[in-house]
Design a protein around this ligand. Structure first.
Ligand code: A2P
Length: 272
């Protein structure tokens, strides 16, 4: 009798839904360091493209282990997409990297963030500057109609160590032209500028260096960044964000926020 009870209780625990549970619908491994996945979207969840939410799993102690993740899918998408690093000894991503279709993750439906259109003053060109998984919020904003309605030109730069680490972003950018929903809006407004720093590729070097020596403008055949015309969003490591702030300020751009829109905004990419 006791044994029976134990089995039943164990099953009950295993099948109990997590708090704020969402079901994994797709997992894609890009490299041994990077993967993306899609989950069901809570019906009540409204967010602005570019925002992040807290997601995670139950830790070994039974408590939720949550981290801030940018939503990589646009606000109109039926599901939610995330793009993540895999850190072998990372408390969350060491486990999260093993999720499979049908598994559940925890998602706190309280979106926030500064990489939103509302935090920028109107402009002509919009720059998205990403390193590594910092591409995630731009995967959302690149699929957001407002991005192309508000700007004449959109420039997506992505710097990674190796060519393989560019794959998620490259595939997404390439898919936009044929996208039935926003393909026409994108038209020829989007310029894509991927660079690598540790493996040979057509464009080598850190984007910060290429902005300061002017090579990015020469390569793309466009004017230098100016506060009258240009707006920017930055997402990468702490060091990258800090260096990009200095670069953008040297061009005369000022940092904005939801409450006080200006010429650029910054957010840290999740790293572990
Ligand atoms: P680098 O290889 O020269 O360090 P990571 O994988 O370490 O997050 O880095 C992602 C990419 O961002 C790498 O190509 C890296 O270049 C680049 N990067 C890291 N820090 C900075 C920075 N402070 N300024 C510009 N690029 C950076």
């Amino acid at each position: 009798m006791n044994d029976m009870t134990t089995v039943t209780e164990a099953q009950a625990v295993k099948t109990a839904r997590l708090p704020d549970a969402q079901t994994v619908t797709q997992v894609c491994h890009w490299t041994d360091r990077l993967f993306s996945f899609r989950v069901t979207r809570p019906q009540s969840l409204r967010f602005r493209s570019g925002e992040f939410v807290m997601i995670g799993l139950l830790g070994d102690n039974g408590k939720p282990l949550l981290r801030a993740y940018s939503i990589a899918s646009p606000a109109w998408d039926e599901e939610l997409e995330f793009y993540s690093i895999k850190v072998q000894d990372g408390p969350l991503t060491s486990k999260l990297q093993h999720i499979q279709v049908g598994d559940e993750i925890i998602l706190r439906p309280k979106p926030v963030g500064t990489l939103v259109h509302d935090a920028l003053l109107p402009g002509k060109r919009l720059w998205f500057f990403a390193t590594g998984t910092g591409f995630a919020p731009f995967a959302s904003l690149l699929r957001e109609p407002e991005t192309y309605e508000k700007y004449e030109q959109v420039i997506m730069t992505h710097t990674c160590r190796d060519v393989a680490e560019l794959a998620y972003g490259r595939k997404l950018v390439e898919s936009l032209k044929d996208d039935p929903l926003i393909g026409e809006l994108v038209g020829d407004k989007l310029l894509y500028y991927p660079t690598t720093t540790r493996e040979q590729s057509p464009k080598m070097g850190r984007i910060t260096t290429k902005l300061m020596d002017g090579s990015v403008f020469a390569d793309l055949g466009i004017a230098t960044i100016a506060p009258e015309t240009d707006r920017a969003m930055v997402c990468g490591s702490l060091a990258f964000n800090k260096d990009m702030k200095d670069v953008l300020e040297s061009f005369g751009l000022r940092e904005g926020a939801n409450s006080e829109p200006k010429e650029y905004v910054v957010e840290k990419a999740f790293v572990g």
